[in-house]
Design a protein around this ligand. Structure first.
Ligand code: AMP
Length: 379
């Protein structure tokens, strides 16, 4: 399928042409010395090769992105100023439009809004893998109006994820974590078929633990999905934690830690307690499984890794992935943030920028934004 994604290579010289590039610059920001500043410029840096290619061919490049969730109206908190400052330091010649989501037309996929975006442009490039699972105007409409192409990162992300599923070296071990079982069930259904083992950690593992008849105290749990977790467990491919680390219910936790010491639990967690990380036995058990893998796909942390007391499980898994001989693909904002926290970002084979998009691509084999490019009448 990827070979049919149109590429920018076919355009040749772009002297005097204006190119609109849809990027995903939805980067984390924090106030530093009173100024909102990008704290991880990975997504911005990733777009530079495309910008350089286009400008070296003579094009004037304007980028556009969503940033946060302003819900269709201008919102001071989500102005793209910090992104512009960061981009200006790297490539002053590239202009960045204001946040696309300041208009209700963006998320509504309004054709008039899409048309207003491309006014005055000659070409469109989608370099926003992380936004291509959303049928939003900036993704869907430009390919209907302009010669359009997939940027190099988009091409590479799609090709890597699809080839992983088509012909993985085995054993292929998938690792799924994070908070919401609902969001990850779709991919789990695909992975139990494709992978040799699917490791489940993080908050979502407790719905699986209930499906196995265990007690989970006050841990995260979504009762609507127990039946589906039972079916997934019945495949015999799913590995879930055998112990946990956590706190008393109500004890504070978060990036700044908290006053209480972490508690270790066995398979069962009593009422009044909450599991916030996989336990040491599970870390060993998961690391051993990962050590024999030839392919690893990782999406989602094993615990509340932002809190230093509940970071060990995620770090053990990250280090096991890096130490294994496997081709490793890591997707999802939180797993990527965890990798960079441990300084391991460059030690995996591929970091996918789009969490939701990589899940959906693995699950469905295609994305609305890729279809829009393939079906463009301008190819
Ligand atoms: P997701 O967006 O679903 O990938 O979830 C990522 C978030 O899940 C991270 O911010 C973690 O802090 C959180 N998380 C991981 N494990 C747990 C847990 N056991 N209980 C509560 N939150 C968790």
């Amino acid at each position: 399928m990827t070979s049919s994604l149109p590429s920018i290579d076919r355009w040749g010289s772009l002297g005097g042409k204006r190119v609109l590039v849809r990027v995903d610059f939805n980067a984390p920001v924090a106030e530093i010395d009173g100024v909102l500043t990008v704290t991880d410029d990975f997504r911005l840096r990733s777009a530079l090769p495309l910008f350089d290619d286009l400008t070296s061919r003579g094009a004037t490049v304007v980028a556009c992105t969503h940033f946060g969730r302003p819900h269709g109206a201008p919102d001071e908190r989500y102005r793209v100023d910090p992104l512009r400052r960061c981009l200006y330091q790297m490539r002053p010649e590239i202009t960045l439009m204001e946040n696309l989501r300041f208009s209700p037309g963006e998320e509504a996929n309004d054709p008039r809004y899409g048309a207003s975006l491309v006014e005055g442009f000659d070409y469109f490039v989608n370099e926003a893998f992380g936004a291509s699972h959303r049928a939003h105007a900036s993704i869907m409409i430009p390919p209907t109006l302009l010669p359009s192409a997939a940027g190099p990162n988009l091409q590479r992300e799609v090709a890597t994820l699809l080839s992983l599923l088509e012909s993985p070296s085995r054993p292929f071990i998938a690792i799924v974590g994070g908070a919401k079982v609902k969001e990850k069930l779709g991919i789990m259904k695909v992975l139990v078929d494709k992978a040799d083992a699917v490791i489940v950690g993080g908050g979502m593992a407790y719905t699986f633990a209930v499906a196995e008849g265990r007690c989970i105290g006050g841990s995260l749990f979504d009762g609507s999905y127990v039946k589906e977790c039972v079916s997934l467990l019945e495949t015999g491919t799913v590995l879930i934690p055998v112990d946990s680390r956590g706190l008393k219910v109500g004890a504070p936790f978060g990036p700044d830690g908290g006053p209480d010491e972490a508690l270790d639990f066995n398979e069962d967690i009593a009422e009044g307690f909450v599991g916030l990380d996989i336990g040491p036995l599970t870390s060993e058990f998961f690391a051993a499984a990962i050590s024999s893998a030839r392919t690893v796909l990782w999406n989602g942390p094993m615990g509340v890794f932002e809190d230093p007391r509940f970071n060990a499980g995620t770090e053990a898994v990250a280090r096991a992935i890096v130490a294994s001989p496997a081709v490793s693909v890591v997707g999802g904002g939180d797993s990527v943030a965890a990798l960079s926290k441990y300084g391991l970002q460059d030690d995996v084979s591929f970091v996918s920028t789009g969490g939701g998009a990589s899940l959906e691509l693995v699950e469905l084999g295609d994305l609305p934004g890729l279809r829009a490019l393939r079906e463009s009448p301008w190819i």
